[in-house]
Write a protein that binds this ligand. Sequence first.
Ligand code: NAD
Length: 450
Amino acid sequence: MSNDLFRDLSNSPVAARLGIPRVPVLRRYEPGQPLLAGPALVGAVGAGRFAKAVSALVEDAGGTVLDAPGDEKIAAVVLDATGARTITDLASVQAFLTPAVRRLAPSGRLLLLGPEPDGTDAEAAAVAQALEGLVRSAGKEVRAGATANLLVVAADAVPAAVDSSVRFFLSARSAYVDGQVVRIDVPVGPAVDPAGMDAPVDRVRPLAGRVAVVTGAARGIGAAIADTLARDGASIVAVDVPAAGEALAAVANRTGGTALQLDITADDAAARLPAYLRDRHGGVDIVVHNAGITRDKLLANMDPERWNAVLAVNLAAQLRINDALLADDRVLRGAGRIVCVSSQSGIAGNRGQTNYAASKAGVIGMVRALAPRFAERGATINAVAPGFIETEMTARMPLGTREAGRRVNSLRQGGLPVDVAETVGWLGQAETGGVNGQVVRVCGQSILGA
Ligand code: NAD
């Protein structure tokens, strides 16, 4: 039994007899699992540059590719619409998708690749944007744990640039990432192999050989990030406050990593952390700014202590550490990846959370501002914005608020800490250099702030 009692009951035979709609059990990643649980249908509209490479990726992962829907359920429908420029092309998109979505399997994937809007051609720009509306609506229509997402691909990006993102969005790792639009640029840093998608990347342990530091790693989402990055091959440096020392040591032990007791708001934290990474590990590849706190109060009753405490942990500490990473080129190694944990509250706002939402929206502003500066170093910085995630924090909410928070999304359930962690893992890969300065929500396509 999970902590989502309603979901468990909704899947019982009694609920089915009573006609209670099911809350789907999402397919989640397990090592050794095939990329897809069934065949993929791959198509292109216009001069699609990526369809062949996507088919090769699916076949390379042991999957079957269809070019037309048959009788069986389809695990993934991928449409390369990067060549779509006209209303007529858009009609072809609909003609391809309609019979395909009818056959979409439980936890199926609808993934579109679209063009970046062309500022010189109004129809082409309109069509590029139209795909967003289509995908976001399809995300609300597909059932049984299926998701719909759009990758907007820069005109000069080669197929290899989309590889890790296509793989993530097709796989069970993206179980709770739904209704998202992610832009893929020409990757920062050294060029990826333009030959295609068969670069010698360790598919089982895509983070092998990389050092990842995770703040707030003693519990909750941070602990899940440490576990997941370690499972994918990274060496973990787990950071948390001294008061969480015992739990932190447990995370470090089980991930085979090291523990660093550090309050990230301490005056010397932005000097100590990079020095530790440089001296003990020869640098760092992935920095996950996950530590965060809430001190909720209505704005009318807000006091400076609550305000300042939240801004200090959730935003100011991240800013100072990022500055230190940019200032010392002996810390962040090639293909460095910074991932900042924001929140849906920072996008939608939340009653009682002016301080928290300000800090989390601030994280998004910081990411956008720093993206070009990290790119100069061959590195990226992105944010993940979790929606309702099943943690100790959300378990303590009153039942009514908790139930409402869980259900107002396309998947009709809360996400798990591992869903945030898998998204961090994808953004942490060296191969994901084309995604920079973006915010990826892990919210099951929540209607809040959409
Ligand atoms: P949590 O409270 O369970 O864990 C946060 C961890 O950060 C704790 O181990 C804590 O000791 C550590 N931490 C706090 N202040 C610190 C400091 N000054 N220095 C070092 N470590 C510090 O929280 P969680 O639910 O796992 O959330 C993790 C992140 O995800 C936070 O940034 C949170 O804002 C964000 N988030 C959570 C949810 C959710 O539904 N739980 C939703 C959106 C965003």
